[in-house]
Design a protein around this ligand. Structure first.
Ligand SMILES: NC(=O)c1ccc[n+]([C@@H]2O[C@H](COP(=O)([O-])OP(=O)(O)OC[C@H]3O[C@@H](n4cnc5c(N)ncnc54)[C@H](O)[C@@H]3O)[C@@H](O)[C@H]2O)c1
Length: 325
């Protein structure tokens, strides 16, 4: 049994880890300001409502609970917003994470798991992203995440005993297969969620941005990973660190992808609704193809995904979306 601090555990991804961790003997505390998360999504553990910026509150909690590990999900995640309001992102994703890491070092929380992103790869040449390739994020969101990766790497060098797992997520999608939690934010920019909202009549129509990329049907290709598989990757990462595993960085994706048009066809098939899709121009900064090189996480952490199935991803997302209506 370990004592675990989960920041951002009331959000989309964090709530799936909190749900899954309920099946283990770990004791969890969730620290979340509920800015985009919801308290109803926290199905296990103790929820402490607080902001990462409130350092004294966070420090008191860390001193009281004597955590063994921190899983850090809290952050701001909307790429276009990071372009128009970069300081929000440098503050919430970089500066607040710096404070959190600082408290972990000060109070002996020596295992740290960090939610990074494929956005650190930028326009990855060839579109297949491997962990050891050059990273060059092209928006402030990706840069703030990369800065945290650098902080963790430097801190681990300087402080013996501090070990981290950085997981670079690809396109997270779907909802818990048992329908217990899912994605709640009405402001989501995720393709599958928006398509499900449109299929259910919550949006009149949706847009495809760009159909002249050099892909099989002209639309962008992404690597969609089911959120429950992502959750199990965190449990594997935690087990790895608690058993004495050394710091590591892994992609978290399936290693193959689908075009936007293919995804929309599946949403139409699963929902049975031929919803309205309009063609829009390319968006600045969209890489034509982004897929993970996916072997390392299996070799190092022993991760075995169970839900690599686009129809299942869409079905779970759609069922969850119906519950939100
Ligand atoms: N969703 C994706 O596809 C994706 C992809 C790559 C990486 N990530 C990363 O995964 C993490 C979780 O993303 P998500 O999709 O669950 O987002 P989300 O917005 O649903 O969850 C973020 C959670 O953090 C909380 N939070 C934000 N700022 C906080 C602060 N200052 N103090 C305390 N709590 C705060 C929010 O209330 C929310 O519950 C983020 O760090 C994100 O960058 C997400």
């Amino acid at each position: 049994m370990a004592k675990i601090l989960i920041t951002g555990g009331a959000g989309y991804i964090g709530s799936h880890i909190v749900n899954l961790i309920g099946g283990t003997d770990h004791e969890v505390t969730i620290y979340d300001n509920l800015s985009t998360g919801r308290k109803e999504s926290v199905l296990n553990g103790d929820l402490v409502v607080g902001d990462l910026e409130d350092i004294s509150k966070l420090e008191a909690l860390i001193i009281e609970k004597k955590f063994d590990a921190c899983l850090h999900f809290a952050g701001s995640i909307i790429v276009p917003e990071s372009v128009t309001d970069p300081l929000k992102y440098y503050n919430n994703n970089t500066q607040n994470t710096l404070s959190l890491i600082n408290l972990c070092i000060k109070h002996g929380v020596n295992k740290f798991i960090f939610s990074s992103t494929a956005a650190v790869y930028g326009m990855a040449p060839g579109g297949i992203c491997s962990e050891d390739m050059q990273v060059e994020p092209i928006n402030p969101y990706g840069k703030t995440k990369l800065m945290t990766e650098w902080m963790l790497q430097d801190v681990a060098q300087a402080h013996e005993g501090f070990e981290f797992v950085i997981l670079r997520y690809f396109n997270v999608a779907g909802a818990n297969v048992d329908g217990r939690v899912g994605q709640c934010s009405p402001l989501s920019t995720h393709l599958i969620k928006i398509a499900c909202e449109t299929a259910l009549g919550k949006r009149e129509k949706m847009y495809v941005f760009g159909d002249d990329y050099e892909t099989k049907d002209g639309t962008c290709i992404r690597d969609y990973i089911h959120v429950d598989d992502l959750a199990s990757a965190h449990i594997d990462a935690l087990t790895y660190l608690l058993k004495g595993g050394k710091s590591t960085l892994c992609n978290c994706g399936y290693g193959h992808g689908f075009t936007v048009k293919e995804v929309l066809e599946v949403v139409k098939k699963v929902s049975g609704v031929n919803f309205k899709v309009e063609q829009g121009p390319r968006r600045a900064g969209d890489a034509p193809v982004l897929m993970s090189k996916a072997e390392k996480i299996g070799t190092v952490l022993g991760w075995k995904p169970k839900y690599d199935d686009l129809e299942l991803i869409v079905r779970t997302a759609l069922e969850w979306e119906k519950k939100l209506s």
